[in-house]
Design a protein around this ligand. Structure first.
Ligand code: FES
Ligand SMILES: [Fe+2]
Length: 434
């Protein structure tokens, strides 16, 4: 059964097995990548760009990306947030070349056109020429040459922007279940502890799948399993928003004996008893949260709580076969010095060389390497069935199916009629239960 795609969509069919198949072509095809930039990143969604704590003072700015479009978010002199495309209105040069800083206005290095912190063009060298010769035409209207402005909204200190005038409110976009989880993590003011940046040679959506995938977490990650940080036999599960596009995965510790019972007698690689930590203080934090949580907000934000290490991860596509991943580590503004030190030490678990996270980037890469020549084939995401919905089990791929369901909707790739029907039923039920 071929699924109808909207006119203008790249010519390919999503496999017939409804929601449990993902064609490899979506990780390989440059025309699909181009469409994502328009339909997703510039479409009716909100994209995470920064923590308010990264730009706390008037005139602070941060340069980052929405998809692969460079943007700037800053505060004006009254502290009000503004965001715009990071591109000079003259000949298109990158306006802010630094990642962050504080300045009263932005001046383009190329010909020194200057913009205020609301994005308005306020200065043009030699606008009227020199000695009355040349310069811009008399009818040049400076007010028509502002930076391209984006909508800005915040939730609990997280800053989001949108290209769309039709997008739902940020509160509605997040939905009650996701807001409730953010309320727990961002329960009081945070302070930034540092950043890591890394490049991964894989399509960005392979990482979007990875962070919605509790199934892999105790199988790929030997460290998780060995030291009891995360096991599939722990209690918890995954919650999705009403449309399945965001997810919040939570694992809660039981006791060691019960947790390892599920692995005993199996050949599971990650079940190892021979390893111990040379420095056990790595995991000796303070009681704070009941277990581990990984939350995803479509398309490119991850909020992570692993032991006492807190971070937001920002996923930036860089073409079909490469993405950049930025971790922003944070603690609470009222943390004492010892707690800050604990959070920093436990940051060794994640990031580019993290004892756990290093494997996630590599997992995405080995998929990219193996699918390269077979775009007509597809991957299987059937753990937990073919539905999209909350699951009280950590052995599920429901969050991945939710991601693809919404992706297909935005991209115009259609959803089979039977799934669309089930989805409506589920969406209604889920909306009621939230
Ligand atoms: S491109 Fe920016 S001033 Fe010319
Ligand atoms: Fe992982």
């Amino acid at each position: 059964m071929a699924i109808t795609v909207e006119a203008g969509a790249p010519a390919f069919s999503w496999p017939a097995e409804s929601m449990t198949r993902v064609p490899y072509q979506v990780f390989l095809d440059p025309t699909i990548y181009e469409r994502e930039q328009e339909r997703l990143f510039r479409g009716p969604i909100w994209s995470y760009v920064a923590l308010e704590a990264e730009i706390p003072k008037p005139q602070d700015f941060k340069a980052t990306f929405v998809g692969d479009t460079p943007i700037v978010v800053n505060r004006d002199k009254d502290g009000v947030l503004h965001a715009f495309i990071n591109r000079c209105a003259h000949r298109g040069a990158l306006l802010c070349r630094e990642l962050n800083g504080n300045r009263p206005r932005h001046t383009c290095v190329y010909h020194q056109w200057t913009y205020d912190l609301k994005g308005n063009l306020v200065g043009i060298p030699f606008k009227n020429g020199i000695g009355g010769a040349a310069g811009l035409p008399r009818d040049f209207d400076q007010s028509q040459h502002s930076l391209q402005k984006l909508r800005v909204a915040t939730y609990r200190g997280l800053i989001f922007v949108s290209f769309s005038q039709n997008v739902e409110s940020l509160d509605d976009y997040l939905g009650p279940a996701m807001r409730a989880h953010l309320d727990v993590i961002f329960n009081r003011p945070v302070q930034v502890l540092g950043h890591t940046r890394q490049f991964v040679s894989a399509n960005w959506k392979l990482y979007a799948e990875n962070v919605r995938d509790p199934y892999h977490a105790s199988l790929l990650h030997l460290f998780h399993m060995t030291f009891g940080m995360y096991r599939s036999s722990q209690s918890g599960g995954i919650k999705l928003d009403a449309r399945g596009r965001h997810s919040a995965l939570q694992s809660i510790r039981r006791n060691d004996a019960d947790e390892v019972a599920a692995y005993k007698g199996t050949e599971i690689r990650s079940y190892q008893t021979k390893y111990t930590l040379s420095d056990p203080s790595l995991l000796q934090g303070r009681p704070e949260f009941p277990g581990l949580s990984i939350q995803t907000i479509f398309p490119s934000l991850v909020v992570q709580q692993i032991q006492n290490t807190l971070a937001v991860r920002h996923l930036l596509p860089r073409g079909t076969e490469r993405f950049e991943l930025i971790f922003t580590f944070f603690g609470y503004a009222d943390d004492d010095a010892e707690m800050q030190a604990i959070r920093r030490k436990q940051a060794n678990l994640v990031g580019p060389a993290g004892l756990v996270s290093m494997e996630d980037g590599h997992a995405a890469e080995i998929v990219q390497q193996a699918i390269i020549r077979d775009k007509d084939m597809s991957s299987l995401v059937a753990m937990g069935g073919h539905d999209v919905g909350d699951e009280e089990s950590l052995v599920t791929e429901t969050g991945i199916r939710g991601f693809w369901r919404y992706y297909r909707e935005l991209m115009g790739y259609g959803i089979p009629a039977d799934v669309a029907r089930e989805e409506q039923v589920w969406t209604r039920a889920s909306a009621v239960s939230q």
